[in-house]
Write a protein that binds this ligand. Structure first.
Ligand SMILES: [Zn+2]
Length: 282
């Protein structure tokens, strides 16, 4: 059954790799058996992921050798996958997607999590993109239906792949791309583009700030964006709205957010950013 599925994935251009299966008596089909730290999740092949293939003859050869193998699919080629393993990850992804999951392919993993398929973004894996959420991109793979999980349950399709995959929304792409590189002390060629990227990156930093650092992170973000507001590169109301949403997502209360935003932005506006100098104020 897993051979048929593997060949079907390959026909759609997704490189396949045979993955060890959990042993019904416990543990893994690999040599380590019950001591395997990742039962049913790691490749059979010596060079792992790099050997993944869409060649049906090779796939048939692998499955004749390991008929019960789980099916691994290389990500970053025709799809990227948001790998959700907890309710927290589910809520985080839902927030990034603007409150609604796309009608794209969706897998219930045997471990109780979810895989959401997206068009590839061109980035590599991001472990713990948010709590409970990993991103599988270039150089990654996922275990796919009808594989078996160590829990005994199967990976199964909730929504099967159709003609096209949903695109990752801007907030998700910004989070995966990470913050912009540190200032180079060279004049900035496109100040308004730079300011927009800084706003997205600072809002992400605030949204992801762990408890205990949230107010401080918000204060720093408000100050550095306040400098861009002071230079006329960002709109004050837009900036406040973005940071407020991010801070509420992080769990800060409304009154605390307002007070911190106001003082940070005011202080920042007094030290306007100069794109020509691109240097921190003393
Ligand atoms: Zn193993």
């Amino acid at each position: 059954m897993s051979l048929t599925a593997a060949l079907a994935y390959a026909r759609h251009g997704i490189p396949v790799l045979p993955v060890h299966a959990p042993d019904p008596r416990g543990g893994c089909s690999c040599d380590r058996g019950v001591t395997c730290p990742r039962p049913g999740k790691h490749p059979h092949l010596r060079h792992g992921l790099t050997e993944a293939s869409t060649d049906p003859r090779l796939i048939e050869l692998w499955w004749s050798r390991w008929p019960g193998a789980n099916v691994g699919l290389r990500t970053g080629v025709t799809m990227d996958v948001a790998d959700v393993d907890s309710a927290e990850g589910w809520h985080g992804l839902c927030h990034l997607l603007g409150g609604e999951f796309p009608a794209g392919p969706r897998v219930r993993t045997g471990g109780g999590g979810w895989h959401f398929w997206f068009r590839p973004l061109g980035h590599g894996n991001r472990v713990r993109l948010l709590p409970g959420l990993d991103w599988r991109g270039v150089g990654g793979y996922v275990v796919a239906p009808p594989s078996r999980h160590a829990s005994g349950a199967d990976y199964r399709w909730v929504l099967r792949p159709g003609r096209s995959l949903p695109e990752g929304p801007t907030a998700l792409r910004a989070l995966i791309a990470g913050p912009p590189p540190p200032p180079s002390h060279r004049p900035i060629a496109h100040p308004s583009r730079y300011a927009r990227a800084a706003l997205i990156a600072e809002a992400d930093r605030v949204a992801r700030a762990p408890a205990g650092t949230r107010n401080d992170t918000l204060n720093r973000a408000a100050f550095s964006l306040g400098r861009l507001v002071g230079a006329g590169l960002l709109d004050q109301a837009d900036t406040m709205r973005e940071l407020e949403d991010a801070a509420r997502f992080a769990g800060l209360g409304r009154a605390e957010i307002r007070a911190t935003l106001r003082s940070g932005l005011t202080a920042g506006r007094r030290a306007p950013f100069d794109p020509e100098l691109n240097r921190d104020v003393a």
